[in-house]
Every structure is written in structure tokens, then in C-alpha cells.
Ligand binder design. Structure first.
Ligand SMILES: *[C@@H]1O[C@H](CO)[C@@H](O)[C@H](O)[C@H]1NC(C)=O
Ligand SMILES: *[C@@H]1O[C@H](CO)[C@@H](O)[C@H](O)[C@H]1NC(C)=O
Ligand SMILES: *[C@@H]1O[C@H](CO)[C@@H](O)[C@H](O)[C@H]1NC(C)=O
Ligand SMILES: *[C@@H]1O[C@H](CO)[C@@H](O)[C@H](O)[C@H]1NC(C)=O
Ligand SMILES: *[C@@H]1O[C@H](CO)[C@@H](O)[C@H](O)[C@H]1NC(C)=O
Ligand SMILES: *[C@@H]1O[C@H](CO)[C@@H](O)[C@H](O)[C@H]1NC(C)=O
Ligand SMILES: *[C@@H]1O[C@H](CO)[C@@H](O)[C@H](O)[C@H]1NC(C)=O
Ligand SMILES: *[C@@H]1O[C@H](CO)[C@@H](O)[C@H](O)[C@H]1NC(C)=O
Ligand SMILES: *[C@@H]1O[C@H](CO)[C@@H](O)[C@H](O)[C@H]1NC(C)=O
Ligand SMILES: *[C@@H]1O[C@H](CO)[C@@H](O)[C@H](O)[C@H]1NC(C)=O
Length: 884
């Protein structure tokens, strides 16, 4: 449909200009139709077919030279790959017609990382940054007929070492538990590819994004930067168009047409002619302005607050000979990161606020942190996985993800889906947990990288903030890497990189207030304190990261206040079914196994899980299924800790202006203990099911204010108030499905608020070991999940009965390509954390991890592409729950 409209438009323009123009042509170097690639190692012992986009590890897997890299100890066993030297050779034919163009430009969208690029024996470049797009004039090197391209890659491990010898920046290396490689901070490569505390080292090598040769005559449109600002009843659009031409072109004469499709099938056209001086063939800017009435577009809202209307914007550029076009889908919203003084005598003490105002409303950010979806960059942009993960975020009411600084700039598709789903993106630049060098080679490539990426990505309405780095301010101030003796040197270098070099690039492209120097930090206060604040974790300013593995984290009084929690988390183990995809022997399934030790990169990780678990749950050392229960209990522990902490942050909205809760971490990169809520492969841990409840827009949320005294909050994340709702408080004994007492409270709540009820629930005279409380809400047109409060650690409760559980499965309904089976678990006693599994069937439960307090203990749906009799499914369903 759109393509059709486009063609018509081109024809119209064609006749208007009366020139024989045509779209420029591309020769894809990523298609086996036009080019055949091979890969060989330094001594020639290996020669296999290669893929572009691709990489060495995936090519060697496809050729059967190495096995599944995520199995067993293969991260270490295949490390030789990262030390060897690899050459990609591609041969392709060029036609006379193609060479008839005045310009031939070779474009690599992603080279990972240190390649010497040769074309027919002519050296074009030595690359050094996997994030940038490399463009070369190659007309003089091409010939009609067969051509040969060669990319010879240095070992990234060795390149990092060589650079470190000249430009050392702390740390020396990652901890030994990581089985990683050193000095990744020296090179512009995904920082997690040399290992992290949740991931293996696979120092990848390859042409990880598409490549092509472009043929044209004068100039083409490479990319556009759309700036928009609301002024009175209008949106002022400023479209900065970046032209490319060959180096020899001095002036470019173009006609630019921009058109946008608005509400009611209106299309707004703007056309303008330019005669501009070329900037060495790269990034020649021509600007088009548009004025759009606010009545012609609808606002873009984050998930949970409204729709995400997107509008097609096209820009076409015509020269006397060429035609090229860029298409973006843009959304209209205003976003402001508000950092204004807090009234000194208010409950929020003093300092600055730190919150996002979207379309004029202060919104609480609910979400998590995104790590790369695969350790190999060539697999990290896979659409099905991207969609599965982002859909999972939307399904649990998330409205923000922080794309963390040790990973990648994500794919266009990733940001397009975030635009569609209403997931706002806090984008860290890829610098994390290190000091960084500032030699001129490094700064030059960083400048190019940041300029390209900010221009390419900024038109996405989902991207709301760019942050300079992850934890580097805190690392320097906290002396994480023994940098104190060189503090001033490192501080100067920090300022040179994130402030002098990067900040002006981002702010020139996006305007003031679009760049946060570090996360976590004190925001404007860090800047006022010379960029390395005395306490980057000051709760009165900016964002914080908070981890405490030894406190009793089911007790919310343990958590420090914050304006914005951009990281907090707790580890758990992946389920046995996910582990089975990587563990090879039955002996692996034990905490003491070599396998388990190998996968746990967090120093003392299992001890911390056990310490946390032991505070609230009881697991007998001699239990015959100790490991299986440890895995399950670790997920219960993680889910409850993050639930408690997240609700604490939501409750603190009014009293401390806390305005964000992004827990660490959404996804996983392999099958290993980690902080994730979703396992590698896509299976939800108990945490992710819990997130659906603790992030619900309206929630009744308890807080123990002193032993036996419970305050009740009504959390309202809607743009409208809650009027005359009823909060129902049921007190149960652990030994019965009938509440011993029920009280109700009338409650109102303003829009966007966390209201604390005047009444408290006082249990102090009761024997609190034998009771628990259930909270629910009755209000018109509001769906709110039930919530619970357990006054005593579950390990010391009294009266819990061993339940009888019966599973029922109904006939399925077909939804798309899936079958949706209703599954009911009937119970005769209270059941804690009832967890259903459908063994050996690929599929998932829509809800799980139930607290059963009624005879119909759990009701959910199982989704699968497999059709079977309900009875067949019933027999496959197994369950676990907490009991001691
Ligand atoms: C060639 O390189 C491979 C892979 O690095 C190595 O295993 C092999 O021993 C080398 N062969 C010779 C003859 O050096
Ligand atoms: C290039 O063209 C020749 C002659 O038509 C053909 O034999 C060869 O397969 C082509 N090579 C590629 C890589 O397409
Ligand atoms: C630029 O191109 C237009 C046609 O698109 C032509 O009318 C005009 O003379 C050209 N100007 C120059 C300086 O070449
Ligand atoms: C817009 O155009 C489409 C197809 O041309 C038509 O189906 C639709 O009804 C139109 N909508 C409005 C609001 O005019
Ligand atoms: C804070 O101080 C201001 C001015 O001194 C006063 O008007 C206001 O009522 C005070 N607010 C509170 C919560 O005490
Ligand atoms: C576990 O078993 C050992 C030996 O069978 C026994 O000595 C120990 O008391 C048991 N511990 C518990 C907590 O039951
Ligand atoms: C509030 O709701 C209660 C029942 O939940 C009802 O009896 C009462 O009339 C309502 N009050 C108003 C003002 O709507
Ligand atoms: C226990 O709590 C319930 C509900 O608050 C109350 O009705 C009851 O009197 C309490 N029992 C004692 C012994 O305090
Ligand atoms: C609570 O009640 C149980 C019996 O229901 C009793 O065994 C236990 O000692 C009581 N605990 C306290 C602290 O009174
Ligand atoms: C699942 O498959 C495994 C291996 O094929 C088998 O041992 C196990 O009994 C199966 N479980 C169920 C519930 O069918």
C-alpha cells in the first residue's frame, strides 16, 4: 500500500523535474546470490563458508568445527577462536552498467572489530569500532567482472592487550570467576563480549551487519534527524537531512521532498531546493521545516497511559541523476527529565527531583534493564527473540527499559517495536564499569560513533534519555579498581571523554537536557560537583543502583530511599528445564559441581542466594531433592525480594518523589545463575510473573511500619483518580481457607499517586506466626491484583497444611497458531507459590507462582502450538510449592 503510493509520487516528481532520474542501485555483499564468502584462520588449517552478516563463532558452529557454544564449558574450550587470526574473503561480480555510475561507495554497517580491509589488493582501511558505519569511495578500485574483497581480522583480545600496553586504564582484568579476557575497555566493542558477572566471554569477530556497494551519480540521502518541539497549538518539525556524495563533489544541487501522513488521511508535503557545499562527502546537511497543527496528530503515550499512534514520514532527495529516500515512523510526545529543587521542609527532605514528565504528566517509570539478547552480535538482532522479550515487558506493565552500557546499540527493529509498544528507552552509551582511555584514536572513533548512532536512532519516540556510561562515576569515586592514587588523572580523563567530547555531540543533536553524564549519579548535582560527586549514590539526587545480598530483603525497612532506582536486583538459578539445555551430565545438577561453579560468575553468588533464602524459607540440607528445591526456592526468594523492593519504591512516590523502579535485569545471555526475570530461551522465572502484579497500574500494597503494624497504600498510576473504592483486608490462619476476619476501608486516590490510608492494620496482640493478610480492591472498572503480607518469615509459620492439589484441563481454544488450554488447580489448603510446569511440551503458562487461598487455588491458561487431548496435557502437568 505504502510502496504503491510512493511509486505514484516518484512519477509525479519525475514529470515535474523533466529529468531522467532513477533510484540509486545497491550491490548487496550480504546475499549469497551476489557474493560468496569464505573464512580461514591464520595457518590455513580451517577453511569454511562464511556468512555476512555473521561471525566466526557462528560460522564455525555451522561448519561443525565447534559445537553449541553455550553448552557445558564450551566458552572456555572454544577460546582459541578468539586468539587466532581470521580472514573473510568475498568474491563478487560488478557489471559495466554499475561501473558507469560516477560514484561507487562501499558501506559496512558493522565490522567487529579490527579488520584490515582490502579490495582487489588495495588497502582501504584498518577498522577499530564495531558500532560505526564505515563508508569508502571505491570506484577507482573496482573492475568489471570478478572482484575480491578481503577482511583480515586481528584477535580482539590481542588488540585490547596491545592498546592497554600503550594507554592503560584500570581495571587490570575481570575477576577470575568470569573466565573472561582483559582490557575490553580499550576497544570499541560490546563490553560484555569479554565476559560479565552474568555472562560468558566470546570475543567475537566478523562482519556482523549487512554490507553493500552503492552506485549513484551525484548524492544520496543517508539518514535524517527529526527534531520536534511543541509551540502553542503546533508541532514544529525540523528535519535535518544528511547527504552523502563522493569526496570529489564540491557542491550538491538537490531537491528535497518531505511528506508526512497525518490523521484523517491528510498528507502534508514540503519541497525545497538546495545548492550546498559538500562536507567531504559525508554528512552534508540540508534542513526542511514543517509545521503541524496539534489537531492533525494524536499524542504518543507510554504503555499503560494511552495509545502509541505513529506517523509515516518520508524524505526523498532528487539530484539531476539520482533519487533516494528515507522512511521513519515518528510519534508526537514531549518528554522532560525534571530536576528541580525539592522543598527543604517537605517529607522529601532537600535536593533535586529526578523524574520524567511525559506529555506534561509526571509518570512513574516501571521496568527493567536490558542486556544483549545474545552474546554473539550476529545473533543479537534476531527479530523473533526481540519481539518475545519486548512483548514480555509489555505484558507485565513495564513502560521503560534501560539499554545497559555494557551492551549494544540495539537494532532498528528493537526501537521500532518499543515505539509500537510504548516502552520508553533509557539508552546508555556503551561504556561500563571501567576507566577509559582518551588517546586521540580512541576519541576520534568515539566521536564518529556517537554522532552516527544518535542521528540514526533519535527519531524514535521511545528513546527518552541518553546516558554517558554505566557506573563509571561511582567506580572512580568508590575506588573500585584501586584508582585513588591516580584519582585526578582519571577524573580529568573521565571529564574529557563524557563531558568535553560526548556531551556536546548529544546536546547539539538533541538539545539541552537530553544527556545524563553517568548512571548512577546525582544528575545536575554531579555536574555541579565537578562530575565526580562525593557520593554518587546520594538519595536526594539523580538515580541509584542498590544491591544488598545480606539484609533481610523481605522487610522493606531495609531499603534506602531514592529519587529513581535504575538498578536493583537479586540472583536466582534458571529452571531445570533451561539448565538441561546446557548441562551435560547428571552430576552437573548440584551446587558443588564443576559445572555449577563454572556458570556462577558472581563471587560468592550461591552463598548470597542461600543466605537470603535462609532468612525466610526453610530448606533441609538432607532433603532428597535438595538441588531441585534450591533452584525453585531461589526463584521464590528473588521474586519476593524484588516485589518488596519495587512496591517500596512505588509507595515512596509521594513521600520522597521516587519516580522509577527499573530492576536488574530483564533477560539472560546463557543458562546460568543471574539476576534475570526471564531465562535464556524465553521462559519466565517466578519474578517475571510477579512483575505483572507488582507493576499493576492500581495496587493495594502493604508496608510493615513496626512489628505487627501494617500500613496500607493505594497505588494509582492512572491519569484519573480512584473514587470510592473499597479495600478489602482478609486475615487468614495458615491452616484454613476461610478468613478469620475481614475488614473493609473506603478509599480514594488522586491521579498518579501513592496514597497511604489513615488506618493501619494492627496485629500485635495476635500470634503472628499463624496468620497472614490478603489485600484486594473493589472499584468500578478497575482490575487490580490481590496482594499479600506475611508477618513472620515463612520458615517459622505455624499451621500450614500439606495440601491436596487436583489439576483440571479444559478443551482448548485456538488463538492464532496457538492452542489455549484453561488449567485449574483445586486445593484443600493454603498453598504457597504454587508453580505449574508442563514437562516436555513447548509452551507457557499465562500466569504462575500462585498464592492459593480459595478452593479454586489457581486458574490460568497454558499456550502451546501442540494440539492434544486435555487429559494428555493434564498428565504432563507437574507442580511444586513451598512447604516444610
Ligand atoms: C593451526 O591453527 C589451529 C587453530 O588455532 C591450531 O589448532 C593448530 O594447531 C595450528 N596448526 C599448526 C600446524 O600450527
Ligand atoms: C561472476 O561471473 C562469472 C561469469 O559470469 C561466474 O562464473 C561467477 O560464478 C560469478 N561469480 C559470482 C560470485 O557471482
Ligand atoms: C540546480 O538544479 C535545478 C534543477 O533541479 C536547476 O534548475 C538549477 O539551475 C541548478 N542549479 C545549479 C546551480 O546547478
Ligand atoms: C483513509 O483512506 C483509506 C483508504 O484510502 C480509507 O479506507 C479510509 O476510510 C480513509 N479514512 C478516513 C478517515 O478518511
Ligand atoms: C515549608 O515551608 C514553607 C515556607 O517556610 C511553608 O509555607 C510551608 O507550609 C512548609 N511546608 C511544610 C510541609 O511544612
Ligand atoms: C543429615 O543427615 C546426617 C547424616 O545422615 C545427620 O547426621 C544429620 O543430623 C542430618 N541433618 C539434619 C538437619 O537432619
Ligand atoms: C461508595 O461505595 C459504597 C459501596 O461500595 C456505596 O454504598 C456508596 O454509596 C458509595 N458512595 C458514593 C458517594 O458513591
Ligand atoms: C487478632 O486479630 C483479630 C483481627 O484484628 C482480632 O479481631 C482479634 O481480637 C485478635 N486477637 C487477639 C487475641 O488479639
Ligand atoms: C502461636 O500459636 C501456636 C499454636 O497455634 C503455638 O504453638 C506457638 O507457641 C504460639 N507462638 C507464640 C509466639 O505465642
Ligand atoms: C519428559 O521426558 C523425559 C525424557 O524424555 C522423561 O524421562 C520424562 O518422564 C518426561 N516427563 C513427562 C512428565 O512426561
Amino acid at each position: 500500500m505504502k510502496a504503491f503510493a510512493k511509486v505514484i509520487y516518484v512519477l509525479v516528481v519525475w514529470t515535474q523535474l523533466n529529468h531522467s532520474i532513477s533510484a540509486f542501485t545497491k550491490l548487496s555483499l550480504s546475499s549469497s546470490k551476489y557474493v560468496s564468502w569464505t573464512l580461514d584462520n591464520k595457518n590455513g588449517s580451517i577453511k569454511v563458508p562464511a556468512s555476512v552478516p555473521g561471525g566466526v563463532y557462528s560460522d564455525l558452529m555451522k561448519a561443525g568445527i565447534i559445537g553449541d557454544i553455550l553448552k557445558g564449558f564450551n566458552d572456555v574450550k572454544t577460546r582459541w577462536v578468539a586468539y587466532d587470526e581470521w580472514t573473510f574473503t568475498g568474491t563478487f561480480n560488478v557489471t559495466e552498467d554499475q561501473l558507469g555510475s560516477a560514484v561507487a561507495r562501499l558501506v559496512f554497517h558493522g565490522v567487529d572489530t579490527f579488520a584490515r580491509i582490502m579490495l582487489n589488493g588495495n588497502m582501504l582501511d584498518l577498522t577499530n569500532n564495531m558500532f560505526v558505519r564505515y563508508v569508502y569511495d571505491v570506484k577507482q578500485h573496482l573492475k568489471v567482472g570478478l572482484n575480491e574483497m578481503e577482511l583480515k581480522f586481528r584477535s580482539p583480545v590481542e588488540a585490547a592487550k596491545t592498546r592497554s600496553d600503550h594507554h592503560f586504564a584500570a581495571p587490570d582484568c575481570v575477576p577470575p570467576e568470569y573466565n573472561g579476557e582483559c582490557h575490553v575497555n580499550q576497544i570499541r566493542k560490546m563490553q560484555a563480549s569479554f565476559s560479565w558477572d552474568w555472562g560468558p566471554a566470546f570475543p567475537s569477530v566478523g562482519i556482523w551487519k549487512p554490507a553493500e556497494i552503492e552506485f549513484y551519480d551525484v548524492a544520496i540521502l543517508r539518514t535524517i534527524n527529526v527534531k520536534y518541539e511543541k509551540r502553542d497549538a503546533f508541532w514544529d518539525l525540523k528535519i535535518i537531512n544528511y547527504l552523502e556524495s563522493n569526496m570529489a563533489t564540491k557542491t550538491i544541487n538537490v531537491t528535497v521532498h518531505a511528506w508526512i501522513k497525518l490523521e484523517g488521511n491528510q498528507t502534508l508535503h514540503v519541497e525545497k531546493e538546495f545548492n550546498v557545499e559538500s562536507k567531504d562527502g559525508l554528512y552534508t546537511e540540508v534542513v526542511i521545516d514543517m509545521k503541524i497543527s496539534e489537531n492533525d496528530v494524536r499524542l504518543w503515550w507510554p504503555n499503560g497511559y494511552g495509545d502509541q499512534p505513529l506517523y509515516d514520514l518520508f524524505v526523498a532527495v532528487y539530484t539531476v541523476k539520482d533519487y533516494s529516500q528515507v522512511h521513519k515512523r515518528i510519534g508526537f510526545r514531549t518528554v522532560k527529565l525534571v530536576q528541580t529543587p525539592v522543598a527543604a521542609n517537605s517529607s522529601a527532605s532537600q535536593g533535586l527531583t529526578f523524574y520524567f514528565e511525559v506529555n506534561g504528566y509526571p509518570l512513574f517509570m516501571k521496568g527493567s534493564n536490558w542486556i544483549p539478547q545474545h552474546v554473539l552480535p550476529e545473533y543479537s538482532y534476531e527479530k523473533s527473540r526481540t519481539k518475545q522479550l519486548l512483548k514480555a515487558a509489555v505484558d507485565v506493565h513495564m513502560n521503560m527499559l534501560r539499554v545497559w552500557g555494557g551492551g549494544l546499540y540495539e537494532s532498528e527493529y528493537f526501537y521500532e517495536l518499543c515505539d509500537e509498544y510504548g516502552i520508553m528507552i533509557w539508552q546508555d552509551l556503551p561504556f561500563a564499569c571501567s576507566m577509559y582511555p582518551v588517546d586521540s584514536d580512541f576519541l576520534d572513533t568515539v566521536r564518529l560513533e556517537v554522532t552516527q548512532k544518535v542521528i540514526d536512532l533519535q527519531s524514535h519516540p521511545s528513546i527518552v534519555l541518553w546516558a554517558g556510561n554505566n557506573e563509571n562515576e561511582a567506580a572512580l569515586r568508590g575506588n573500585w579498581y584501586s584508582t585513588n592514587s591516580d584519582f585526578n588523572k582519571y577524573k580529568a580523563e573521565y571529564i574529557q571523554l563524557y563531558v568535553t567530547t560526548i556531551k556536546p555531540i548529544v546536546e547539539t543533536l538533541l538539545g539541552p537536557n537530553s544527556y545524563l553524564v553517568s548512571s548512577p549519579g546525582n544528575g545536575l548535582e554531579s555536574e555541579a560537583e565537578g562530575y565526580i560527586a562525593l557520593n554518587p549514590y546520594d538519595p536526594h539526587f539523580g538515580d541509584t543502583h542498590y544491591y544488598n545480598y545480606v539484609a533481610d530483603n523481605w522487610d522493606e525497612s531495609t531499603f534506602p530511599l531514592t529519587r529513581f532506582a535504575s538498578e536493583y536486583g537479586f540472583q536466582s538459578l534458571p529452571s531445570l528445564s533451561t539448565m538441561k539445555k546446557a548441562a551435560e551430565k547428571p552430576e552437573d545438577f548440584s551446587l558443588d559441581s564443576e559445572y555449577s561453579k563454572h556458570r556462577q560468575h558472581s563471587p560468592n553468588g550461591y552463598t548470597f542466594i542461600k543466605v537470603q533464602m535462609d532468612k525466610r524459607l526453610h530448606l533441609d540440607k538432607n532433603d532428597t531433592s535438595y538441588f531441585e528445591k534450591f533452584v525453585f526456592y531461589s526463584q521464590i526468594s528473588q521474586a519476593m525480594v524484588i516485589k518488596t523492593q519495587t512496591e517500596f519504591y512505588r509507595q515512596s512516590r509521594d513521600k520522597w518523589h521516587t519516580m522509577g523502579a527499573l530492576y536488574w535485569q530483564l533477560n539472560d545471555i546463557w543458562q546460568a545463575p543471574s539476576w534475570s526475570g526471564i531465562e535464556y530461551g524465553g521462559k519466565w522465572k517466578m519474578l517475571h510473573y510477579f512483575a505483572k502484579r507488582f507493576f499493576a497500574p492500581v495496587l493495594v500494597s502493604p508496608a510493615q511500619v513496626s512489628p505487627g503494624v501494617v500500613a496500607v497504600y493505594l497505588l494509582n498510576d492512572r491519569l484519573v483518580p480512584i473514587i470510592n473504592a473499597t479495600i478489602i483486608v482478609d486475615v487468614y490462619r495458615w491452616d484454613s481457607l476461610t478468613p478469620i476476619m475481614t475488614r473493609t476501608f473506603q478509599a480514594d486516590a488522586p491521579a498518579l499517586s501513592a496514597s497511604r490510608l489513615k488506618d493501619e492494620i494492627n496485629l500485635w496482640k495476635n500470634n503472628t506466626s499463624s496468620i497472614f493478610i490478603k489485600f484486594s480492591l473493589r472499584a468500578e472498572e478497575i482490575d487490580s491484583p490481590v496482594n499479600y503480607f506475611f508477618p513472620k518469615p515463612l520458615k517459622s509459620i505455624e499451621g500450614l497444611q500439606k495440601p491436596q492439589i487436583s489439576i483440571y484441563v479444559r478443551k482448548p481454544k485456538k488463538v492464532g497458531r496457538e492452542y489455549r488450554y484453561k488449567v485449574v488447580a483445586r486445593v484443600d489448603a493454603v498453598v504457597l507459590f504454587l508453580w505449574l510446569e508442563a514437562e516436555n511440551i513447548t509452551g507457557y503458562f499465562e500466569d504462575n507462582g500462585f498464592i492459593a487461598t480459595t478452593p479454586v487455588g489457581a486458574q490460568t491458561y497454558f499456550r502451546t502450538k501442540t494440539q492434544m487431548k486435555p487429559e494428555e496435557l493434564r498428565q504432563k502437568i507437574t507442580y511444586q510449592y513451598y512447604f516444610h
